[in-house]
Design a protein around this ligand. Structure first.
Ligand code: ZN
Length: 242
């Protein structure tokens, strides 16, 4: 089966549309949380995802918009954007977000927004954090988002240290050996200084995952955000990919 792996869409419909148009044929979508927050089209993003065969889990921004968690843990701009999105959510979109589990296991793959140890919150930025998380899931592969940074952490064999590998655009990584934690990067707000939308394509038969990027109409997303009165800083950062 071929799976389109996406994360951190953050209400950026232009970026989500570009990813769906760019992705080669796939059977299903796996969305790793933070569908909403930051940008201006939360309902549209949920409606578009819901029109595809997909599974999804909750992110911290999804919970922030729902009011399930204290927004004091968010920076001021993220808090403003979450409060704005809370006002916009349709009842159907709210119900969709409320139904999101914290983690799921699909075949031999675990899905968690932040980490398997602390699904909604923990950031896996380094190999030692990835290593500590290996005991918190049972499958050979775990997919995470949350950092908005494409990443591969790989333990070649049991007892060996976890290493960070640099994801190479268009070059599939084989997760057949050892255990791995992979982050596809962010669709709607990349932070690796590459403003293009990031995603990944998983082939569960070949046991590979390939990082991919696609340019999208950033100005269109920014126009929607300005019209909504969202904070200037989170509008501008899209064009710098940070
Ligand atoms: Zn996020």
């Amino acid at each position: 089966m071929r799976i389109l792996v996406i994360s951190d869409i953050h209400s950026n419909l232009a970026a989500l549309e570009a990813v769906l148009a760019d992705a080669p044929a796939y059977d299903q979508i796996w969305s790793l949380g933070d569908i909403v927050g930051y940008a201006a089209q939360p309902n549209e993003c949920i409606e578009l995802l819901a029109s595809h065969a997909h599974v999804y889990i909750a992110g911290n921004h999804d919970w922030g918009v729902l009011g399930n968690i204290d927004l004091d843990d968010f920076n001021p701009d993220a808090r403003k954007a979450a409060l704005w999105a809370r006002e916009q959510l349709t009842p159907a979109a709210r119900m969709y977000l409320e139904q999101a589990p914290e983690t799921i296991v699909e075949g031999e793959v675990t899905l968690a927004h932040g980490s398997p140890r602390s699904p909604v919150w923990e950031y896996i930025m380094r190999a030692n954090t990835a290593q500590q998380n290996l005991t918190h899931f049972q499958t050979s592969l775990c997919l995470v988002g949350h950092t908005h940074l494409p990443a591969i952490f790989w333990q070649p064999a049991e007892g060996m240290p976890c290493v960070a590998l640099r994801p190479q655009e268009g070059q599939p990584f084989s997760y057949a050996e050892g255990r791995s934690i992979v982050n596809p990067g962010s669709v709607g707000q990349p932070r690796d200084y590459d403003p293009r939308a990031a995603y990944a394509l998983l082939d569960s038969d070949a046991r590979t995952i390939e990082h991919r990027r696609v340019a999208y109409d950033i100005r269109a997303a920014q126009r929607k955000m300005r019209a909504a009165g969202l904070p200037q800083h989170i509008v501008i950062r899209l064009q710098y990919g940070q």
